[in-house]
Ligand binder design. Sequence first.
Ligand code: ACM
Length: 754
Amino acid sequence: MKRAKWVAGLSAAILFYLFPGVTFAQDSLFIIPKPLIQHARLGYFTFPKETQVFASNAFIGAADLLHEHPYIHFEKTKPLGGIKQMPKQGIILMMANPKDTLAQNAYRLLVEPGRIIITAHQPTAMLNGIATLLQIANTRKNGGRIPAVWIEDSPALGYRGLMLDVSRNFLPISFLKKYIDIMFLYKLNTFHWHLTDGAGWRLEIKKYPELTQKAAWRTNANWKYWWNNGRKYAEMGSPEASGGFYTADEAKDFVNYALKRGITVIPEIEMPAHSEEVLAAYPNLSCYGVPYKNAEFCIGNDETFTFLQNVLDEVMAIFPSKYIHIGGDEADKSAWKTCPKCQKVIRDLNLKDENGLQSYAVKRLEAYLTSKGRKLIGWDEILEGGLSPGATVMSWRGEAGGIEAANSGHDVIMTPGAYLYFDAYQTNPIGQPEAIGGYLPLQKVYAYHPIAAGINADMQKHILGVQANLWTEYMPTPNQVDYMAFPRVLALAEVAWTAEKNKNWNDFQLRLQKHYLLLQRFNVNYYPPSTALSILSKFDIDKKLANVTITSEQFEPTIHYTVDGSAPTTSSPLYHTAIPLPATATVKAAIFKNDVQSGKTADLVTDVHKAIGKKVIYNTPWSSSYPAQKELTLVNGQTGDLTYGDGQWQGFNDDFDVTIDMDTTEPLSQVKIRFMQLTGPGVYIPSQVTIAVSNDGKVFKTVQKIDNDVPYTDSSLRFKTFLFNLSGNTARYIRVTGINEKRGFIFTDEVVVY
Ligand code: ACM
């Protein structure tokens, strides 16, 4: 045993001298985000009881962060300036020589058996190097001994952000500091603090005490209950008041805490919309002039701008960030349409319409912020009606806004909902705590590429970076915020830091396995990967084969499967790659760990049926928002997954009504059709589904009607398959209708015909 190790060490040494620049496995580090260059070196550095720390003057402050290393103990950082020779022992934080080829925003981390040297030109880059060192320790069971390594690393994108909404649910500073600690370890550098919204104002503004006496408190802690039951605010101190706010001093302390870790805090003060709480406390700033009527400020009232500028003055005194976020999203402009003051501004300034009015307000605020040496950021609605010249756009309604803004020379932060809204479910919603909807598994976050197609090559520089958003409507506790944030934040970190060409999902998953230990050490209530399996079938029309894939959130699971409907065991075939099936089959699969089944058996009937490839006549159109695969969708032999956005679920706003033309009159035995229900976004199963058949496509005979039995009060994700017995019927045309009783969306993925 010993000899084998020694031989391995020796051959590694020989390899190293033969190929000095090449990485070879000695002991892997599992760093997230993936460093640009990382080469293993020979040997280990072992932290002594007391470590000497030396730092160039510019890095004395950064050295304090080493105290957060569980194995580094030191009294005081010694200035490197007065020392003639490079120390042979300890940790050295060194200012790069101006001639060093190291990039300005890069760090170099050299771990040798005797010492650790981190080199950088700037404190923020040095902090990134320290973060790597801390991460190495925290992802190892024994972080007191770390493998020698040479790393040279710099970010692909300059803005690497995370947004937290503290309006829907107030979160304590102690918890926010934990987020800063973890963001630091993963090299995220911007914390966007969504401080105000209709659910509560969270920042002390000395000039407007009502904002924190009243607008910071609501009548029910549960956001959904409050939202559905009158949305009233309460006086601080009254028995029903629930909420909270940060004092200006607390906010300043938090900003400094983040700054020490290289993280900029950008405050967001919402305007002109999402401001119900302000207008309840200061109704004179709304179009109707009374509380509980408007969510938008009155733009025609100059007091609005006095208020906003006064608020921004206090905000700027607390937050030194270059950027100030003014919201700008989702304004309902209907009150402006009938407000005499707003209409007067539109007339006087020759504005086109209410979009022009919003644009006028944003431009005015932008000019104000610019006069104070700051820059304005807003959500992508600030593009409507004309974008202010110096504004930066946060693209959230997809990427189109970001692409448009970048191509017109504006800076952009990409934060598209489908990839970076961490309030969406990250797994099958069945059995999960209620979330706002959607489906955003870790792999989809990882797949996001911020430099969207459609941005002209010379404008790509305007994509400053990316950000994920944590909207907290359904995150009432710090634990639930953790659960929705992690591990998705780790995928975000790699999306932001690591160039697309260096990203690799399998490698990320491998490294991720070591980070659960770090998250546990930081008491993060992360979402653990599910043991559920997902079986999907994709029909190959040319080969006439159903290709079945089986996937899991587990890392490299051992999956056994059957295709005859029997229960899988360890003697069943092992799943490696897609299973081709020529005929309808029942696939069953399960994960096994050490020969014992782990989690439930999953199953899927892969319908290789008679209607595949046939013509579908749409008697009512599909929704233009959810066309899926258009006229192929319902007869392509492919089942939808858990989300109606996956391109296999077709949406309908009217009653569902399609006719399948089977080409020839033929005997029929069965029709199956499946619908989805998710009441949050208004997706309902039809109240009744009917099958009728015809030989000429004109005169139809009703065969069977089936009523829905899934209650509309069930807010969880539900599926229902309506199964019709057609034996004895011979027909060419099959018409399927479903009543859209709730006048919401109907979603279906396939009409199966035997
Ligand atoms: C947003 O999600 N309304 C920016």
